[in-house]
Structure formats: C-alpha cells, structure tokens
Write a protein that binds this ligand. Structure first.
Ligand SMILES: [Zn+2]
Length: 433
C-alpha cells in the first residue's frame, strides 16, 4: 500500500534498518561528565561517532504526552494524549491513558501502512497493543505478567495478557523469560546482585527505611533488564526494518534517589544510613543503562542507524519552570532539555544538531527510511544529523498527511487489570496526590 501524491512512489523499503533506544529522563548534564570519566562508554561512542544535540521537550514535560509527540511528530493538542491518567467520558473513572485515545498515527502505523515492518517494545501509552506489520509489546505487559494476583490466573487475565502484545504469539516468545528475569532480580539480595556496586556499605545494615528503598531500586532495574531480555528474544525471532524500545528505570530512579545525591536541595529528613547507601545510585544507574544500551546494540549490525533519545532532562533542585516550593517532585523534576543522538550509516560523524525538538524525531525517522514527511506534522527533518551523501541519495519528500480522517472518534480509556498498581506507582513518584 502506498500513500502518495501524484507520481510519488513510496513503496518498497531501501532505507537502512533503524533502532530507536528510548531512555526516559536521560540528561546531558550528567551524561557529558560520565562520558568524560569513561563510565558510560557505549553512549560516549554513539555521541562521538554520530550526530547529537539537545532535544527540546514540551512543557509540562509529562512523559506519556511527550513520548506520544516523539512517536507522531505532533503536539499534545493534535494527538490528544495528555497524561498518565484519563477519565472515562461517561463514568469519569480515572485509569491510565490507553492507545485508542491517540487521535493521530504513530510511526508504527505509518511504517506498517507503507511496506515497512516495525517492532515496538514497552513504549508508553501502548495498551492495548496495536496491530502493526511486525510486533508490539505494551508498556504494561511486565506488570501484567508479574502482577501479584497472577498465581490464580483466570480467563479474564489470560485475555488481558493477549491484549498486551501483537501478534498473540509474542506472549509465548517472551512471557516466561521476562517474568523469570523480573522476579529473580526484583527479589535479589543487593549484596550479591549487580546492584551491589550502586549502593553504599550501609545497604547491608538492618534498617527498614533502607530496605524498602532497595526493593524499589531492584524492581526498577529488574524492569529494564527484563525489557532487554524481550529485545533479545524478539530481535532474534523477527526481522523488522525499525525497532523501538523504551526503558523507564532511569527516570523512576531519578525521582526516588536524586535527594540522596543532592541532599542540600531537600529539607525532608533523610537518615545518615539512607544518605550513605543511596548517594551513588543515580550515577551508577547511568552506567547500568549504558551497559544495557550496549547489550541492545550488540543485537544489530553496523548497517543500522541507532537513534538514542529521551523525553526530557532531569534536575532535582529548584529553578526550573513550573517549580513550586522547596522540594521538586513529580514532573517538576523534569527539565526541558533531553538527549538526541543518531549514529550509523549516512549519519554525520561527530555532528552537532541544533534546536532539535521531540517533534522532529518521527519526521527524521521517515526521511531515514525513505518515506515522505507529512506537512501536518509540527516537526521537521533534522538534516544536520545526516551526512550530505545521504540527502543526495535520498532527498526529502513530502505529502500532506498520513491521516485518513476516518480512524478516530472520541473514546473512553480501556482499563487493564493492573491499573491500580500503576496509579499507586504514580502516586509514589509524586505525579498525583
Ligand atoms: Zn519522570
């Protein structure tokens, strides 16, 4: 199928394979220093061998909205995804925003409708999973798999699990490995796990405050490593043109552990044991994410264009827009400048990208895979990232729109069995009261 203006042939992919690694909350401030210290060698290499810059987010920096702008090239007003939670129209019951509420096409639909295949893993606002040419894993699949009530799975739960993946066979490919990895790491003793090096020595004392914070860190890490396991399985079972994988652990950890790294910004009391234990967590987790990104990259060859991006930067202290009071909480900890790096064939070596916005990611992706950019997208193609030879070989083309106009009507969010848990997590992060 081809969506064209007269004379445009957009069928048949001759573009490179593309791997999008999405890391929530990744920030250049910390990254640049850790690269200089040699603690994040994979991201450092991507930066040095590719083109990079700040990626401007959209206020008020709510991750579901921003990741949807990244995936569509469109603003919140256009795509209609505002926040983690959405009220139903009739009953007003608030549940996590679901994929049917997005009013415009995401890149996975545009690619699927234009002879490109795509794999999407854990991207925000992807419940229920959408039908694509390739596969999709919803962001809440891991929670569904490791839901505490899962030991007595009923028919409803089985049906709900099937809604979290596309096609349904994906569940057999990744369900068990993701569950086993998550459970193993979430309950691991920090003294013997890879997280031991992220914690101060007081982690090994008997202290209830410290223990509950360690459990949270272990769960966040378990989520990212289980996601890596899914990528391993899915990338070996499916060949697709574009793969996108989302990691959430860094942002979750920044929300919870930043106060131990910069205690002077916080008035809330922290015990000396907790301070000593968790002060190293954030920077150590940057190194963990770097090695997870490195493991993902090993699964693709050198002919792949890698796109590393974040939805916003991160700061634990005062002085940013929207900030109220002394202690930053929730989205007040997000800051405007995120990260964008492109690396691979056709990408400018050691290139600099100026003035990039989260709205530019999808138009640039379309140009990379040889599809026209839509004029109704707010973003633009980040041509600074491209080697001039790439633009000569694959000039940027445009069409008016990829929307078909009959795809979306006002819809209620679709509930899932883990909504209560998701809402509880949002509360603990300070996103909701
Ligand atoms: Zn956040």
């Amino acid at each position: 199928m081809a969506l064209t203006e007269a004379g445009d042939d957009v069928t048949g992919g001759d573009g490179p394979r593309v791997l999008i690694v999405a890391v929530d909350g990744l920030d250049w401030g910390r990254l640049d220093r850790l690269i200089a210290e040699g603690r994040v060698p994979t991201i450092g290499r991507l930066r040095d061998e590719g083109a990079s810059g700040l990626l401007r987010s959209i206020y008020p920096f709510r991750s579901p909205s921003v990741w949807t702008s990244i995936a569509t090239g469109k603003t919140e007003e256009q795509h209609g995804v505002h926040d983690f939670l959405a009220p139903g129209r009739e009953d007003r019951v608030v549940v996590p925003t679901s994929s049917n509420m997005r009013r415009v096409k995401a890149f996975w639909q545009i690619l699927s409708e234009n002879d490109r295949s795509v794999g999407v893993i854990s991207w925000l606002v992807t419940w229920p999973a959408e039908t694509v040419s390739g596969y999709m894993v919803s962001w809440n699949l891991l929670r569904l798999l490791t839901h505490d009530g899962r030991s007595d799975i009923d028919d409803d739960m089985v049906q709900r699990l099937a809604q979290a993946v596309y096609p349904p066979s994906v569940l057999e490919e990744i369900g068990e490995v993701a569950t086993t990895t998550f459970r193993g790491l979430a309950s691991a003793d920090p003294a013997s796990s890879d997280l031991g090096s992220c914690l101060g020595t007081a982690a090994f004392l008997d202290d209830p405050e410290v223990e509950s914070l360690i459990t949270g860190l272990a769960r966040n890490y378990a989520g990212d490593v289980a996601t890596l396991d899914m990528v391993r399985r899915l990338s070996s079972a499916h060949e697709v043109d574009v793969t996108a994988v989302y990691f959430r652990g860094l942002d979750l950890n920044c929300h919870t552990y930043w106060r131990f790294m910069e205690p002077e910004s916080y008035q809330a009391g922290v015990s000396p044991e907790a301070l000593e234990t968790f002060a190293p967590v954030i920077e150590c987790y940057y190194a963990k994410i770097d090695s997870i990104v490195g493991e993902v990259l090993k699964l693709w060859d050198d002919d792949t264009v890698v796109v590393l991006c974040s939805d916003h930067g991160f700061a634990g202290h005062r002085g940013y827009a929207g900030f109220e009071g002394d202690v930053a909480m929730g989205t007040d900890m997000h800051r405007e400048d995120g990260v964008i790096i492109f690396s691979g064939p056709g990408i400018a070596v050691n290139g600099r990208i100026d003035g990039a916005s989260v709205l530019d990611v999808t138009p640039t992706l379309l140009a990379l895979v040889g599809l026209p950019v839509a004029r109704d997208m707010e973003g633009r193609v980040l041509t600074q990232a491209f080697d001039p030879s790439l633009l000569a070989e694959r000039p940027i083309r445009q069409i008016d729109t990829y929307e078909t106009g009959d795809g979306w009507t006002e819809q209620d969010p679709i509930p899932s069995p883990v909504d209560e848990e998701i809402i509880e997590t949002l509360r603990s992060l300070g996103y909701i009261k």
